[in-house]
Write a protein that binds this ligand. Structure first.
Ligand SMILES: *[C@@H]1O[C@H](CO)[C@@H](O)[C@H](O)[C@H]1NC(C)=O
Ligand SMILES: *[C@@H]1O[C@H](CO)[C@@H](O)[C@H](O)[C@H]1NC(C)=O
Ligand SMILES: *[C@@H]1O[C@H](CO)[C@@H](O)[C@H](O)[C@H]1NC(C)=O
Ligand SMILES: *[C@@H]1O[C@H](CO)[C@@H](O)[C@H](O)[C@H]1NC(C)=O
Ligand SMILES: *[C@@H]1O[C@H](CO)[C@@H](O)[C@H](O)[C@H]1NC(C)=O
Ligand SMILES: *[C@@H]1O[C@H](CO)[C@@H](O)[C@H](O)[C@H]1NC(C)=O
Ligand SMILES: *[C@@H]1O[C@H](CO)[C@@H](O)[C@H](O)[C@H]1NC(C)=O
Ligand SMILES: *[C@@H]1O[C@H](CO)[C@@H](O)[C@H](O)[C@H]1NC(C)=O
Length: 901
């Protein structure tokens, strides 16, 4: 017999051999620890899963099979292996365009996200239709062979997912699977500031507080958790969405036109596929339907917002408010950041600094100048505050996995507890807190939930009376102390967040996820759900407080959050680079089902220059969520704060007036979409066959109506202009929003003054309704009278839609008319033709969207018609109907008028 020490020597040398082989093979170092031994992972000498038997096959193409691990030579000699030996792989057809592929342990007992409310779940249930109707087909290895799975689009044979020639590893805390990706462009892939087309790189998925640009190195992810991508198969020009339905931290290694590898620290291998067509919106709508759609925000939120971390008292708020009023800058909400709280404690107001009477004056909506109050609530609860005592009573805080006492971290108020939104009492607790905040005589119309990754100023935890900060590493009970794989690269995974051993409620009646088999749910399992859980609790609290349409601005989100909250891109540096990446980030969030999103206009950190702030105001004037937000230590950046550069103020006013002219139009796109689909889109969305359109992620579209080409570069300070170009896709015609000049496919360059408005173009064939006759400073003063901008296409046709409601200010009006009983959308069709050489007849028709359209009368008193072509020239004409406005009401409309050229 060998002595123990000899075994150790033997093992040591074997491990060394593996290590050497490994290094020769691949430099990517992943190790798995088994029974105290470190196994350098998975060389080509490692084993693989074999297709063992077919368990079940259904007529619709669904199946389940059993996989068995076949150890490699070295594993056999070592007699240790990190992998789970028996697995079950399941393919399930949910509909002819939706399917899922899953690998679990044999018993399927591992912790995972539930597939029901409040989480995303499959709505389409096709039942037992035949395989033939599926848009896809699968192929798997034969029994006895190395396992692979392949999913193809039937019509084109393009590969949607294929593990062929890639390893699959499934250990307790490390899972790996790859797919081939030929001739692809992918979009999405999580919360990060980067180009819209994803470049090769390593992308982390782990909700974190970060101010960074993602250059393809791990650890550059931001606040949200959205493990999906939209893929364009370049050869066939078809789109689909792939969702990795696993909430654990992971990293995706992506090599363009080659493959994509998931490396994950827990759960199951779990994919959902949404098989669209050549229109990217088709795939996204399927995805949104699965993630439960998105919530509609109240109308006023569509207006402009001003915020600053550093409005330290109500005098300063007054000053901002007075300046906005003095300079006639449109504004719907003036925000307060953490400054308003007493010692930064949640659900309090520091009345010594924030005078109640002054606040009530600013936030009095009966006053023509009154604005809405939106304010921050952080997730950390200060020790020794009222909210802390109450939370302890109700037992709602996260527990330390180390001391078994209430977990302590550190945020703005100092040491804090963190609510456990899985605890049955947590919703009541959160409701009580938010209700307390309403009891002071101010209504919090916008609820801003921040730091909810959860962000903490210490990495790990504070143990009372020891300044100990736990590191994740001794939690995992696998020696030596290290994660098998760190999805954040060099960055410590508990960097600025809670210890991963921190414990969540794991008993009965959990609010988010139930534990199974006496499992204790930890931060390790549900860190990425923190923001989702708080969003849901806040939403439920707001409902209970009687709100109808709810506005919650949440920094951390997960797939499915859009049903409850809205989002902004988080902290931004006041740089051109950050401004540029705001556009792809907003497009991403449209794909993630949180279309109401924006970036901090003029940036949060650092001093913005006047020129950058003017350009950012111009760009931001068409962000869905438009808010100037500044940091505590920066120079002031309200639009009027640049007296030496008056163009900041003048261009902001002009460009925000355009926003308000378009406000009802913009909002109507959200209402009309009814909870699925995108609003703020890339150019290629409408022109998916134009390869050049894919490169233009600094231009954007609002619905399929408007194209904006903001100035994104620094210009010539002495001339106060920037030479700026934009691209009009193949076969496209647009009209300048301001002067109706036609632009056709090609590149256009011009000097644009610092004092400009956002360059904007209407797509030919579209009707946009605007309100351009009076400027209003608050959204609630917009009337029911519209101008139709009719951009005819080459067939002299144009169409659009409009909401047939006359009051957007009462949520109930919108909910009951547009969402609950029928709809509130009327379609408008315009058709033109020449009656004589110089007389153009335009007929307008209004048709209900459905039989159930509700009508409240609205009026049209002006038409701006562009694209009237005669002898190779195009003309535009403005027609004033002031004396005789026409009504859009239940009777429908058939309206004809003659335009003399
Ligand atoms: C709400 O206010 C009451 C009365 O001040 C206080 O006792 C309670 O602890 C507060 N609750 C929370 C969650 O802050
Ligand atoms: C919920 O709070 C009550 C006190 O309000 C407490 O008695 C109860 O134990 C708490 N529930 C749980 C599951 O901890
Ligand atoms: C915490 O609780 C666990 C499980 O009940 C127990 O094993 C552990 O010893 C406890 N730790 C401390 C420090 O009390
Ligand atoms: C921590 O120290 C404080 C005073 O320094 C003492 O009052 C308290 O009891 C100590 N707490 C623990 C848990 O030892
Ligand atoms: C947890 O399980 C209980 C009992 O089965 C159930 O009533 C509850 O809805 C479950 N909670 C969640 C979040 O799934
Ligand atoms: C959970 O633990 C309890 C007591 O600790 C035990 O009675 C029960 O059988 C366990 N349940 C499971 C599913 O293991
Ligand atoms: C319309 O505006 C564009 C710039 O937006 C300009 O290039 C063009 O010359 C203008 N056309 C007319 C007719 O003013
Ligand atoms: C909007 O979607 C909801 C489901 O989310 C549906 O019940 C309702 O009928 C839809 N309304 C319209 C007008 O399509």
């Amino acid at each position: 017999m060998l002595s123990n020490s000899k075994i150790c020597v033997l093992l040591g040398s074997l491990l060394a051999i593996i290590g050497v082989l490994f290094l020769l093979y691949k430099s990517d170092d992943i190790s798995v620890y088994v029974q105290g031994h470190r196994i350098n992972r998975f060389t080509k000498h490692a084993g693989h899963y074999v297709m063992s038997s077919v368990e079940r096959e259904s007529d619709d193409g669904s199946f389940s099979v059993i996989l068995k691990w076949k150890p490699g030579i070295l594993e056999k000699e070592l007699k240790i292996s990190p992998v789970l030996k028996d697995l079950r792989a399941t393919f399930k057809v949910d509909a002819n365009n939706e399917c899922e592929f899953k690998i679990t342990n044999f018993e399927d007992s591992r912790f995972q996200l539930p597939e029901n409310e409040p989480f995303p779940f499959t709505k389409q249930k096709q039942g037992t239709k035949s395989k033939e109707s599926n848009l896809f087909e699968t192929e798997i290895s034969r029994v006895g062979q190395k396992f692979y799975f392949e999913l193809r689009r039937k019509q084109t044979q393009e590969i949607i997912f294929s593990t062929r020639n890639h390893p699959i590893y499934f250990t307790d805390k490390y899972l790996e699977i790859s797919t081939n990706l030929d001739e692809s462009m992918i979009f999405g892939l999580g919360d990060r500031r980067t180009d819209f087309i994803i470049k090769s790189g390593k992308y982390s998925f782990w909700t974190s507080d970060a101010v960074t640009i993602d250059d393809g190195q791990p650890g550059k992810q931001l606040y949200g958790f959205h493990p999906m991508y939209l893929r364009r198969d370049v050869k066939n020009n078809q789109f689909h969405v792939t969702l990795f339905r696993n909430a654990y931290g992971h990293q995706v290694d992506y090599k363009q036109n080659s493959h994509l590898t998931y490396k994950c620290i827990g759960g199951n291998i779990d994919f959902k596929f949404f098989i669209g067509d050549s229109n990217p919106e088709t795939s996204i709508k399927l995805y949104h339907n699965y993630i439960n759609g998105w919530a509609l925000h109240p109308f006023w939120v569509q207006g402009f917002h001003q915020c600053r971390w550093g409005y330290k008292n109500s005098e300063q708020l007054m000053d901002v408010w007075n300046n906005y009023n003095k300079y006639s800058i449109p504004l719907d909400s003036l925000w307060t950041d953490i400054d308003y709280m007493y010692k930064y404690q949640d659900f309090t107001i520091d009345f010594e600094k924030f005078n109640l009477q002054q606040m009530q004056q600013i936030y009095n909506l009966s006053d023509p100048y009154g604005v809405h109050w939106s304010s921050i609530v952080d997730v950390g609860i200060a020790l020794e505050s009222d909210a802390a005592y109450r939370g302890l009573d109700m037992n709602v805080f996260i527990q330390s996995g180390r001391t078994n006492k209430t977990f302590i971290g550190k945020v703005w108020p100092g040491e804090t507890y963190f609510p456990d939104f899985n605890h049955p009492n947590s919703t009541d607790y959160w409701y009580e807190g938010l209700k307390n905040l309403t009891s002071f005589g101010l209504q919090q119309d916008g609820i801003w939930i921040d730091m909810n990754e959860f962000d903490s100023f210490v990495s790990g935890e504070i143990i009372p009376n020891q300044t100990i900060v736990d590191k994740i590493l001794d939690y995992l009970a696998i020696a030596p102390p290290s994660l098998p794989f760190n999805p954040l690269g060099m960055e410590q995974i508990d960097h600025k967040t809670l210890s991963l051993s921190a414990k969540h409620y794991s008993g009965e009646n959990a609010l988010l996820v139930n534990a199974t088999n006496n499992y204790t749910i930890t931060q390790y399992d549900i860190h990425n759900l923190n923001g989702f859980g708080e969003g849901l609790a806040t939403y439920r609290a707001a409902k209970k407080l009687g709100r109808n349409l709810i506005f919650i601005l949440s920094r951390s989100t997960m797939f499915g959050s859009g049903r409850y909250v809205q989002h902004w891109n988080g902290d931004a540096d006041s740089t051109w680079e950050y401004m540029r990446y705001s556009i792809p980030a907003i497009m991403n969030y449209n794909m993630y089902g949180i279309p109401f999103n924006g970036d901090d206009i003029c940036g949060l950190f650092g001093d913005v220059t006047a020129e950058l702030c003017a350009r950012w105001q111009q760009l931001g004037s068409l962000y869905p969520f438009s808010r100037n937000h500044n940091g505590d230590n920066s120079i002031s950046q309200e639009p009027y704060a640049f007296p030496d550069s008056p163009y900041v103020l003048s261009s902001t006013i002009k460009t925000l007036n355009i926003r308000y002219q378009l406000l009802k139009f913009y909002y109507h796109l959200f209402v009309r979409a009814n909870g699925t689909g995108t609003i703020f889109r890339p150019l290629f969305w409408q022109y998916p066959a134009d390869n050049q359109a894919y490169q233009q992620d600094m231009q954007f579209m609002i619905g399929d109506y408007l194209m904006a080409a903001p100035v994104m570069e620094q210009g010539d300070e002495s001339q106060q202009v920037t030479y700026s170009c934009f691209y009009v896709p193949q076969n496209a015609i647009f009209y300048d929003f301001y002067n109706q000049t036609q632009v056709q496919s090609g590149k256009y360059c011009q000097n644009i003054s610092f004092d400009a408005v956002l360059p904007l173009y209407i797509r030919a064939g579209k009707i946009v309704h605007i309100q351009d006759k009076n400027t209003v400073l608050r959204s609630r003063f917009l009337d029911n009278i519209f101008t139709l901008m009719i951009a005819l296409n080459e067939e002299n046709l144009a169409q659009g839609s409009i909401l047939t409601i006359n009051d957007y200010n009462y949520d109930e009006n919108i909910i009951s008319n547009c969402q609950e009983s029928g709809d509130c959308v009327a379609n408008i069709l315009a058709l033109g033709q020449f009656k004589q050489t110089n007389i153009f007849e335009l007929s307008l028709q209004v048709e209900s969207e459905s039989k159930n359209t509700n009508y409240q009368t609205i009026y049209v008193d002006k038409l701006i018609v562009s694209g009237i072509s005669l002898n190779g020239e195009t003309y535009s004409k403005t027609v004033y109907l002031d004396q005789n406005p026409f009504a859009i009401d239940r009777d429908g409309l058939s309206y004809k008028l003659e335009i003399q050229l």
